[in-house]
Design a protein around this ligand. Structure first.
Ligand code: AMP
Length: 305
């Protein structure tokens, strides 16, 4: 099975109560592709960077089995840069700066060899560009998409058109409320389903994630961690774990979607344990499997009659 990831590649400057990093590898596509690479390789990637994108970052991605044929390098341009500061509770963050640079004129071109990709994950980019990606693909089996407040308020008409083409939408709680104009998350998810996606997954940070379809609901806890250093990319790592598992198993059953949600939560939990993508440097599939099993124990209990 093949998997295509489209989104941003960035150099992030991140401040949390536990430290600071500058120009560290980030971006939605980076986190999605890295997380997914634990389940399926190569991961096809489409994105753009400038001539200043570090060699070490390329090597990190290639080392995880990410296929960079679709990565456009604008030699005389600069890579997208984003700065964020987290507060003590780590649930709130301020965007300090967004420098689009090469990303500003990004026009995703899907290489011929990617056009028959079966599974597609559209990271957080302009919804019009997300649609342009889909127009170039022959007939994917499943399209998962992400979006953010920026597009919900800034380009809602385009977003509405893109939503009609998604099978699964992954958003956080505030985005779901904003998109649906509804405070209750279950009602919000059902309203979003009426806009197009068959499945809506709402991430609630340290309170886990809930997957909602027209008829069913599945709730997963977040893995209780003692040390969280940097929440950046957790949502994207979730998406990568989710789509990676689905692509690996090629099974679109309800039960398998539940496993995918737990793998998504597992990858997100590892992501936040260190800054940037550092935790993925030595993370093994075995550790992932172990934590996946721990999730089952987290809320299992025996009934006494
Ligand atoms: P998350 O923490 O899952 O929301 O993802 C954070 C990543 O998204 C960071 O590594 C940023 O580089 C990237 N990012 C932030 N703002 C944008 C944006 N407007 N478009 C695309 N990617 C972004």
């Amino acid at each position: 099975m093949s998997l295509l990831v489209v989104g941003s590649l960035a150099l992030d400057t991140i401040e949390t109560p536990f430290g600071r990093v500058e120009n560290a590898l980030g971006g939605s596509a980076t986190y999605i592709a890295t997380a997914a690479s634990y389940f399926v390789t190569p991961v096809r990637l489409v994105g753009v960077v400038g001539g200043d994108f570090p060699k070490a970052a390329m090597q990190f991605l290639e080392g995880h089995g990410v296929d960079l044929e679709g990565l456009e390098v604008v030699k005389n341009g600069k890579t997208f840069r984003w700065g964020g500061r987290y507060h003590y509770d780590l649930n709130t963050r301020d965007t300090l700066f967004t420098e689009l640079n090469a990303f500003e004129k990004f026009d995703p071109k899907i290489p011929q060899s990617y056009r028959n990709t079966t599974y597609v994950c559209l990271g957080n980019i302009d919804p019009m560009l997300q649609r342009r990606v889909l127009e170039q693909l022959s007939k994917p089996r499943l399209v998962v998409g992400d979006t953010m407040n920026f597009w919900i308020t800034g380009n809602n008409a385009e977003l509405q058109r893109t939503l009609k083409l998604l099978d699964v939408l992954i958003v956080n709680d505030s985005e779901a409320r904003q998109l649906a104009g509804e405070h209750n998350l279950i009602k919000a998810a059902k309203a979003i389903i009426r806009l197009g996606p068959k499945i809506v997954i709402i991430k609630k940070g340290e309170h886990g994630a809930v997957m909602i379809t027209e008829r069913t609901m599945f709730s997963a806890p977040a893995y209780p961690l003692e040390d969280i250093y940097d929440p950046t990319g957790a949502g994207d790592a979730f998406a990568g774990g989710f789509i990676g598992w689905i692509a690996r198993t090629d099974d679109l059953s309800e039960e398998n979607y539940k496993r995918a949600v737990i793998y998504g939560s597992t990858l997100a939990s590892f992501c936040v344990e260190r800054f940037s993508v550092e935790r993925f440097e030595d993370l093994t599939s075995l550790r992932i499997k172990d934590r996946f099993h721990e999730f089952r124990e987290l809320s299992r209990f025996e009934e006494v009659v």
